[in-house]
Design a protein around this ligand. Structure first.
Ligand code: AMP
Length: 185
């Protein structure tokens, strides 16, 4: 099962991806988590992406696509994964399609979580994970980047008839059920 969980920052992708790991039996693959861990461990990748990540802008497509290519080749992702935070640009979506085609694989489901801006801002402001990019000015940058660069990814999967849109408001359990229903239909 190769699932893409899509949505703006604060939509609940990370929370849902973690819960779905048990339900679907495949691991979460969060590009943001990989970058944060690289920064924490001061690896060459971490050093490269720190400033851009702290700014709320997007890491370059080449860097992200290379990271995803390397990661999905690992044995723990052989049976699939729940992608959270990738693809975030149309160029990444196209590169991912090419990568999957090379591997003789395909995306099984693309699920978009829909949440109004006011709710996103309130969730991100209250997230309290101490993330460098959860400050009011960075939240504004990230929502702007989402609208400009990431929202077109939804249109890309819609055009391929692969997108399923889910209401991202409600309890964590209700949203999880909606995702499972969408995956199974
Ligand atoms: P996230 O944890 O998904 O909110 O990602 C946090 C930050 O990591 C983003 O604001 C970007 O700077 C970077 N990042 C994560 N995934 C990607 C991606 N697919 N493309 C570009 N930048 C990314």
């Amino acid at each position: 099962m190769r699932l893409i969980l899509f949505g703006p920052p604060g939509a609940g992708k990370g929370t849902q991806a973690k819960l779905l790991e048990t339900e679907l039996g495949v691991p979460q693959l969060s590009t943001g988590d990989i970058f944060r861990s690289a920064i924490k461990n001061q690896t060459p990748l971490g050093v490269k992406v720190k400033a851009i990540m702290d700014s709320g802008k997007l890491v370059g497509d080449d860097v992200v696509v290379a990271l995803v290519a390397e990661t999905i080749a690992k044995s723990q992702f052989a049976n699939g994964y729940i992608l959270d935070g990738f693809p975030r640009t149309v160029a990444q979506a196209e590169a991912f399609d090419a990568l999957l085609a090379q591997r003789g694989e395909k995306v099984d489901a693309f699920i978009a979580l829909e949440v109004p801006d006011e709710e996103l801002i309130s969730r991100l402001t209250n997230r309290g994970q101490g993330r460098e990019d959860d400050t009011p000015d960075k939240i504004k940058v990230r929502l702007g980047v989402y609208k400009q660069e990431t929202a077109p990814v939804l249109a890309y999967y819609k055009a391929k008839n692969q997108a399923k849109i889910i209401d991202g408001l409600g309890s964590v359990e209700d949203i999880q059920q909606r995702i499972l229903d969408a995956v199974n239909n």
